[in-house]
Design a protein around this ligand. Structure first.
Ligand SMILES: [Zn+2]
Length: 140
């Protein structure tokens, strides 16, 4: 699958069997799947969910959505503090088919996936403490 580096945006090819080996970016050397949310697309979403041994926490967002922009720093901060979960973002404007498939009707929508299936989801941004609580409950 092709993953964009969350640090330098370079496109990296990652094999499914190497996905859980903490791959680093071929361009800047930083970890591809830790510390910062990785951008997922229609092209790689299913492969990432199938490959990841960690639960995947996804923020469905769009550039024009003010609450999404407000929530972005909370999501990034939470991602930096929880390497045991994989944090990802899906731009719903750029990926309309995927958003439709997953019935994303409002943004931001936050969803937690484990073993390829949805564990929990909610619509609307949360303050950092409540987001942490919601994640902890979803992934208990
Ligand atoms: Zn990079």
């Amino acid at each position: 699958m092709i993953l964009s580096c969350p640090h330098c945006q370079a496109k990296n090819r990652v094999k499914s069997e190497r996905f859980n080996d903490d791959p680093s970016c071929g361009s800047c050397g930083q970890p591809l799947l830790a510390g910062r949310p990785v951008a997922l697309t229609q092209a790689n979403f299913a492969d990432v969910l199938a490959a990841s041994r960690r639960p995947v926490v996804v923020d469905f967002w769009a550039a024009w959505c003010a609450p999404c922009r407000g929530f972005a720093p909370v999501f990034e901060q939470t991602a930096a503090g929880h390497p045991e979960w994989l944090f990802a973002k899906v731009d719903t404007d750029a990926n309309p088919q995927l958003s439709q498939q997953l019935s994303i009707r409002s943004i931001p929508t936050l969803a937690v996936f484990r073993d390829g299936g949805v564990v929990d989801r909610l619509s609307g941004a949360l303050p950092a403490a409540q987001f942490e609580q919601w994640l902890a409950a979803a992934l208990r």
